[in-house]
Design a protein around this ligand. Structure first.
Ligand code: NAD
Length: 542
């Protein structure tokens, strides 16, 4: 029996590779892109390690070339969800008792495999299936996913080391038990890393999982399953269930063994899952852990003292338009003093005139496609609305076309109405709405920024006057769970900026930090008395 106390010191973040033409990483990626583009994969349901082809299928296409089919996936039905619960509970018997250092070794092996052999595989699948350019794929499906594996092992070691003190004549310890049933991981399309992390964080802490991947990210998520298997994750610990979220959610939350949900996606979906769990509360072995990160209406607030206007415009451009604005943290509303707005707009126009939009195979394209037709139609309806409104004007971009791929130009709407629809509602698109405000109305505009949307995910303030910035930061303390000073509101890095928001943006359990791991354990405290007393009387009675 291994009795070593193994140290897992804080790791370094995985370096982002440059992918310069002719570099080994670029050649490996190009070869893999070609392979995946020319292969139609058949993706099964995976339960207890067994591949199941249900015959009820859907297609995975390239969002930027939607006639091109990348994969056919088989959908789980109610029967498969029940089978997955059984397989997970069978795996629970072993996995929940597996030494945590063994679980850590498997997670660290996943990191090493992804840093090497699987790097081009996951990056290519994320590029083709989710329409990310090389850089956006590299920071997500490679670096962030690797960071989650490595940092979570370090965080777990800190948690397991959090032990109570001993009393006189007794020894105490805390056993961080995994939850008694299974965790349902329901994952979004926009980050392969989040999809991986929502399963692997509970799993690292000894839990078993039912995984409902996002339909539009099924290809990269399937390759994650292959990576997990190769790293030695036992069968049944994660059960892969593509299919209808509503059905899978309903069956899973009806099970006695439902012990938690790890969710990222829209607020509406999370609310419906929470409601279902609430309705079934009496059935469960224990109170389920409900952890969810949801929508955002993320802002940039520019103070009149912000003198580096180009930096403001760069933050707005990258924060709003990278990955087509489909980051939960993407800037989608901006408050700019009227004195600065003309110059900020000039810079944004210049950047927009320089960037190219198109498929992911051409490395010159900064902008790719939005995820699917439903999303494109939704964005289109917002832009139609803006075009017809008297209190708003599209001043940059605005063109959209779904003939070949689901393309929307980086778009800036300027409005005179701080409550204009696109200042308030999440669109999840490359659309930034700007409200230029009177320079002498900073406090009133900060108040507007705080109260305009129900969300509280990310926000940024720009300004040179550090005391003014401090006041704005204080006034907006509940408006964002991740707050940035003189930076864009996107790009959180594991271990550096643990991520999540409150209000309608979620439970703020901070992925990429140790708080999240604690949600997946139910601690048991054990006191051992060395010599048990044999006299019931208090000493003064003697
Ligand atoms: P979504 O809510 O449409 O889907 C998320 C997942 O839920 C998918 O797997 C989907 O199939 C499933 N689902 C859909 N309906 C369901 C139902 N009725 N019951 C159970 N599951 C169901 O979200 P999305 O479009 O994949 O992602 C975009 C959203 O995610 C945005 O709102 C964005 O802000 C949010 N997001 C938040 C964070 C964060 O950290 N706060 C990170 C990424 C994305």
């Amino acid at each position: 029996m291994n009795n070593a106390i193994i140290n897992f010191p804080e790791p370094q973040n995985e370096p982002v590779k440059a992918y310069l033409a002719g570099s080994p990483e670029r050649e490996a990626l190009d070869a893999e892109l070609n392979r995946q583009f020319n292969t139609e994969v058949e993706i099964p349901v995976i339960i207890g390690g067994k591949e199941i082809y249900t015959g009820d299928t859907g297609k995975v296409v390239c969002p930027h070339d939607h006639k091109h089919v990348l994969a056919t996936y088989h959908k789980a039905g109610e029967k498969e969800v029940e089978m997955a619960i059984e397989a997970a509970m069978e795996a629970h018997k072993i996995w929940s008792k597996t030494p945590w250092t063994t679980r850590a070794a498997i997670a660290l092996k996943m990191a090493e495999l992804l840093a090497t052999k699987y790097r081009p595989v996951l990056n290519a699948a994320t590029m083709l299936g989710q329409s990310k350019n090389i850089y956006q794929a590299e920071i997500d499906s490679a670096c962030e996913t690797i960071d989650f594996f490595r940092f979570n092992v370090h965080f777990a070691s800190k948690i397991y080391g959090m032990q109570p003190k001993n009393g006189v004549g007794n020894i105490n310890h805390t056993e961080f038990r995994p939850l008694e049933g299974f965790v349902l991981a329901v994952t979004p399309f926009n980050f392969t890393s989040i999809a991986s992390n929502l399963c692997m964080t509970p799993v690292l802490m000894g839990n078993v999982c039912l995984w409902k991947p996002s339909t539009t990210a099924t290809l990269s998520n399937y390759y994650l399953m292959k990576l997990y298997k190769e790293a030695g994750l036992p069968d049944g610990v994660i059960n892969f269930l593509p299919g209808s979220g509503a059905m899978i959610g309903k069956v899973a939350t009806s099970s006695k063994y439902f012990s938690g949900i790890h969710f990222t996606g829209s607020t509406t979906t999370f609310n419906s899952l929470w409601r279902q769990a609430g309705e079934n509360l009496g059935k469960y072995i224990g109170y389920p852990r409900i952890v969810g990160e949801t929508g955002g209406k993320d802002f940039i607030f520019v103070h009149p003292s912000a003198d580096d206007v180009k930096a403001v415009a760069t933050a707005a451009f990258c924060g709003a338009f990278e990955f087509q604005g489909q980051k939960c943290s993407a800037a989608s509303r901006m408050y700019v003093p009227k004195s600065l707005w003309p110059e900020v707009l000039e810079w944004i126009k210049k950047f927009a005139s320089e960037v190219k939009m198109g498929g992911v195979m051409d490395p010159h394209n900064f902008i790719n496609a939005v995820i699917d037709e439903a999303s494109w139609d939704n964005i289109n309806s917002y832009l139609d609305y803006a075009e017809k409104s008297s209190d708003a004007e599209i001043v940059v971009g605005g063109k959209r076309d779904k003939t070949v791929g689901y393309f929307v130009e980086p778009t800036v709407i300027v409005t005179t109405n701080p409550h204009f629809k696109t200042m308030e509602e999440e669109i999840f698109a490359p659309v930034l709405t700007v409200y230029p405000y009177d320079d002498d109305k900073v406090d009133e505009t900060v108040e507007l920024c705080d109260t305009t949307s129900p969300y509280g995910l990310t926000g940024a303030v720009f300004g040179k006057d550090r005391l003014a910035v401090e006041k704005i930061s204080d006034d907006l303390r509940y408006a964002a769970g991740n707050f940035y000073i003189n930076d864009k509101p996107t790009g959180a890095v594991v271990g550096n900026q643990p991520f999540g928001g409150a209000r309608a943006s979620g439970t703020d359990d901070k992925a990429g930090g140790e708080f999240n791991l604690i949600r997946w354990v139910i601690p048991r405290v054990v006191k051992e008395t060395l010599v048990s007393p044999t006299d019931y009387r208090y000493s003064y009675m003697k």
